[in-house]
Write a protein that binds this ligand. Structure first.
Ligand code: ZN
Length: 394
């Protein structure tokens, strides 16, 4: 289905020139195809989840879990293009969180179908992005509370089949698409209504110069252009100015090279919480020391990106390996009147491999005390780093 290399190359130049002349009035619409190289299967491609189901085949094997999936070159290219002022907004139908994880400016992102890793407050709308997937869809209560509001309950953000598109995200997507000089559909089969119609807002001829209701900005009446980048032909190809049948990453790599935009590295940061308790033993001869390594977002959740922890308490000579979640270490301390009240726990954290690699293990020292009932500490890590520079040949 892929076009020949020299054709893709020439069309990438056309796309780069359009981006250049759009002067920032470009909206990119992304679909499942942009996440395919992250190891997340798409739906309608030849090996997609729905295509296989329709042929009676089992679901495609995932190369990674959603929680460990890393943004593709295309996701990172969009971060670069937004930063350099070429792209004004990214509109996505994906719920895989990869645009948010890529570090794309949240104000420039409209997630039309929601995000499996996000929940928001029903009072103040503050959004929380987690390192674990939500267990529900359709804006149900998650059981967690807002940190800003007294009674702020959190709800998941993933649309169920009959839910309308979120109002604010939709209106920004429509406004910017309508006034864009260029709409770029990236890895989308343009079949899911009504989001598939948004890129075409720009291609319709408008007779009069209008004012946007919300911002009072003048909406240009010159029709904009639509470019489609997708591995397979789409039912909307005839309405596009240019269609490129190629992988998103191949095209975006060429486009960034033409524009001299560097594709940023992807760096993942994660947070966990270490806590301990100290309880007097019933016999009165000492106490029980319990150390826990927990998910910093929610104690009850496991930590998807952590594979194991090695721990050494005080003057112990060997490390204990904690390799099952929840990570817990217990020690019985005899109190012979001579026990040190302060103790250092040396911890080494080993991260899960996300697809090809993980950051090296990280060491931290946790200061515990046998005297008080317990404390806790938060630790932040760089758990994954990937450079796209080698794939990017100017
Ligand atoms: Zn709130």
């Amino acid at each position: 289905m892929e076009e020949e290399e020299h054709v893709v190359d020439a069309k990438a130049t056309v796309l780069a020139n359009l981006l250049s002349s759009a002067r920032g009035r470009c909206v990119v619409h992304t679909g499942a195809g942009i996440s395919r190289d992250a190891g997340i299967p798409d739906f309608r491609g030849p090996n997609g989840a729905w295509t296989r189901r329709a042929s009676g085949l089992p679901a495609p094997e995932c190369e990674t879990t959603m929680a460990l999936a890393t943004p593709t070159l295309s996701h990172m290219a969009l971060v670069g293009l937004v930063r350099e002022g070429y792209v004004n907004r990214v509109v996505s139908c994906n719920v895989d969180c990869l645009h948010v994880r890529s570090g794309l400016d949240r104000e420039r992102l409209s997630e039309l179908h929601g995000n499996c890793f996000a929940e928001s407050c029903e009072n103040c709308a503050r959004e929380y992005v987690r390192d674990f997937e939500m267990k529900t869809v359709g804006f149900k209560l998650t059981g967690r509370a807002c940190e800003d509001c007294v009674d702020g309950r959190l709800r998941d953000k993933v649309l169920d089949w009959d839910d309308p598109l979120p109002k604010k995200e939709l209106s920004l997507a429509e406004r910017d698409s309508a006034s864009a000089a260029l709409n770029l559909a990236l890895g989308s089969s343009l079949q899911i209504k009504p989001s598939c119609d948004i890129p075409f807002k720009t291609t319709r001829k408008r007779r009069r110069r209008k004012r946007d209701e919300e911002t009072n900005d003048a909406v240009d009446d010159a029709p904009g252009k639509l470019v489609i980048v997708n591995l397979q032909p789409t039912c909307k190809d005839a309405r596009a100015y240019c269609v490129i049948n190629a992988k998103c990453d191949a095209v975006m790599s060429l486009v960034c090279a033409r524009l001299g935009v560097r594709v940023p590295d992807f760096v993942r940061h994660d947070v966990l919480r270490v806590s301990h308790t100290c309880k007097a033993s019933p016999s009165g001869t000492g106490f029980t020391f319990t150390l826990r390594v927990r998910n910093a977002h929610d104690d009850r959740e496991s930590i998807p990106w952590l594979s194991r922890v090695e721990a050494r308490v005080g003057s112990e000579t060997t490390f204990a390996t904690l390799d099952r979640q929840p990570f817990t270490l217990k020690r019985t301390i005899r109190d012979d009147g001579d026990v040190e009240t302060k103790v250092e726990v040396e911890l080494t954290f080993y991260f899960q491999r996300a697809r090809d690699a993980a950051s090296p293990p990280a060491r931290r020292v946790y200061d515990a005390s046998y005297a008080n009932g317990g404390t806790s500490n938060r630790y932040s890590f760089e758990t994954y780093r990937k450079s796209y520079a080698e794939a990017h040949s100017p």
